[in-house]
Design a binder for this molecule. Structure first.
Ligand code: PEP
Ligand code: MG
Length: 617
């Protein structure tokens, strides 16, 4: 499932092939599918397939000077749709042969319709002549073509219906790509359901109600993409990148999902159910055991304190953060403020959002990262006037701080909103996607200008402005960390993007997921370099990427000199348990050994061996 421009939505699946034709009345045989284990937890529930929601867009008229803009949008949406259908074609191989034979010509027809077709020519014309928005023009033109097909003479009524349906299907795809409308069907998800989708965007994930939805399974997605991060943060068991899932799963099917093992079993048999129930009991016991750690300090055996903080993606996680015993928020991703809406939140709306979070956190430190728009997150809140990153490589384009420096009004507004509530707690401000030291200097200039303006206006600002830090999440930033350290007040190492950019592997792309490896020596060396640059200047440095929440990696991170980790709240108890079982000298020796290795597989083995040795003690 995809919900916004830049992603596809309901894939054209005219008929779902049965996993196995079942005898009437007979229980279908169990069908096991594996994917990427993204968020742990065992669930037995019923499938809720969300891939079939309609694309809706209200009628919209435009003024004559918006004609070219709408035409460009249409052209971009058509290109994107062609890319999506092309990608879908490459996926056909996972389907049974019969289904492939049926779908292939259909997808070819779709690709033709997304080229220089009557549909697109007609929509283009309507934009100019009738002054309609691109999505309205597409819908009108598609309906006119569908009606003309249905009115044609001939005996093959079924064929005519099918062709009209195909035109409407393409119009729906274009509409979804033209609008940033979130997927409505998430609203109707019944309690306890296992949500199945071809893809879930971060904006979709933000709409999930953790208390209601039992689990999520998707066909697409990678382990450290933002959707995965959000699912983990919300504590929703999830398996992503599960090939063949949407073709095999039907709404109402019973299923067992094991988010830790990356398994979805459709129509689970008695043995699977017995094992799952035993797993559920063990899960409850473990939760109770970890709960007891909450009030104990995060301290190594030799008495070194380690700061364990939480990452926050949406305010719904605040109760989980309190429950986990986090020492504040180490990374507040502010993108949630800009998601699932079609206009930008103004300064006052942002003030209210930050105030709510700061009040909930009391005097615990809160690191607020300014908007990191771009890359996978580039399609949210398509507001007028904001340059949405386009081009062949959005992740390498106008993302994060680059975009904010290009549109300083956005940054000024966000700085102002944060500064206005900074007196309520212990605030730090973090800049995403830094690559050049001067970007931090430029941001600081804006920051200080905004502070001066607010002071002139009589706002109560803290005497000393909150520290301004830099994310180290590109190889460039890591290698220039000593220079960036002269401009920034603290570092937060974003291992998710650092891994992606170092290894040239998209963090949400299933086809290259096997190459995404934070234990690659290149990534570790960059982390080491950046950490040492900060430590030399006695500057605070933390890890806030997904590595920070993996208990098995704690010895390595502590051994590299890190003493502050920020992670999704649900990981804190396990990470605390790891910290409390370690001795810093052992960690330092272990890190030296790891850093001598050149083979990522060997590093993974060493990590496993060390974790096993520590847990035996
Ligand atoms: C990272 O890149 O590691 C990070 C923490 O930022 P995000 O996951 O939000 O891109
Ligand atoms: Mg990042």
């Amino acid at each position: 499932m995809k919900t916004e421009a830049g992603k596809s939505e309901a894939e054209p699946r005219p008929e779902k092939p049965e996993a196995k034709p079942a005898r009437r009345g007979a229980k279908p045989a169990e069908q096991r599918l594996s994917g990427i284990p993204v968020s742990p937890g065992i669930v037995i529930g019923t499938i809720y397939d969300t891939t079939e929601a309609p694309a809706e867009a209200p009628r919209r008229e435009i003024t004559a000077n918006a004609v070219e803009l709408e035409r460009t949008k249409l052209q971009d949406a058509a290109a994107l749709s062609r890319k999506q259908v092309g990608k879908l074609k490459t996926r056909l191989t996972v389907l049974p042969e019969e289904a492939q034979e049926e779908l292939e010509p259909l997808l070819d027809a779709y690709i033709l319709m997304l080229g220089n077709s009557r549909l697109l020519r007609g929509a283009r014309k309507r934009i100019g002549e009738e002054l309609l928005s691109a999505e309205t023009a597409v819908q009108d033109e598609a309906e006119a073509i569908a009606q003309a097909i249905l009115a044609a003479k001939g005996d093959d009524k079924a064929g005519l219906n099918r062709r009209a349906g195909e035109v409407r299907e393409i119009a729906r795809r274009l509409t979804r790509n033209l609008t940033a409308t979130p997927f409505r069907s998430l609203k109707g998800v019944p309690a306890g359901a296992i949500v199945v989708a071809d893809e879930l965007t971060p904006a979709d994930a933000a709409l999930l109600e953790p208390g209601k939805i039992a689990a999520v399974a998707t066909e697409e997605g990678g382990a450290d993409g933002h959707t995965a991060i959000m699912l983990r943060a919300l504590g929703i068991p999830a398996v992503l990148g599960c090939h063949g899932l949407t073709a095999a799963a039907r709404r109402g099917d019973m299923a067992m999902l094991d988010g830790g093992a990356g398994i979805v079993a459709l129509h689970p048999d008695a043995a699977t159910l017995t094992r799952a129930k035993a797993g559920l009991a063990a899960q409850a016991k473990e939760r109770a055991r970890l709960g007891k750690l909450k009030t104990l300090p995060a301290e190594t055996l030799d008495g070194q304190a380690v700061e364990l903080q939480a990452n926050l993606e949406i305010p719904a996680e605040l109760p989980l953060i309190a429950e986990a015993g986090a020492q504040g928020i180490g990374l507040l991703r502010t993108e949630f403020l800009f998601m699932n809406r079609d206009d930008l939140p103004d300064e006052d709306a942002q003030v209210e959002a930050y105030r709510g979070i700061l009040e909930a956190m009391g005097q615990d430190p809160v690191t607020i990262r300014v908007l990191d728009w771009g890359g996978e997150k580039d399609m949210e809140a398509l507001a007028e006037g904001v340059p949405v990153p386009t081009g062949p490589n959005p992740a390498l384009g106008l993302r994060g701080l680059r975009l904010l420096l290009k549109r300083p009004a956005l940054l000024e507004e966000q700085f102002a909103a944060i500064l206005r509530v900074a007196h309520l707690g212990q605030v730090r401000i973090l800049l995403p996607m830094v690559t050049v030291p001067s970007e931090v200097a430029q941001a600081r200039e804006i920051y200080e200008r905004v502070a001066r303006r607010l002071r002139r206006r009589g706002e109560a600002l803290p005497e000393k402005l909150p520290p301004l830090g830099a994310m180290i999440e590109t190889p460039g930033a890591a290698l220039a960390a000593d220079a960036i350290a002269l401009e920034a007040d603290f570092f937060a190492i974003g291992t998710n993007d650092l891994t992606m950019y170092t290894l040239a592997v998209d963090r949400a792309e299933i086809d290259v997921a096997h190459l995404y490896d934070p234990l690659h020596p290149a990534v570790l060396r960059l982390m080491q370099f950046a950490t040492e640059a900060a430590l030399r200047l006695r500057m605070p440095v933390s890890v806030c990427g997904e590595m920070g929440g993996n208990p098995k990696l704690v010895p390595l991170l502590l051994g590299l000199g890190l003493r502050s980790l920020s992670m999704n709240a649900s990981s804190i108890p396990r990470v605390k348990q790891a910290v409390r079982s370690l001795d810093i000298d052992d960690c330092a020796r272990f890190a030296r050994r790891v850093m001598e290795q050149s083979d990522p597989k060997r590093i993974a083995e060493l990590v496993e061996e060390f974790a096993a040795r520590t847990s035996e003690k």
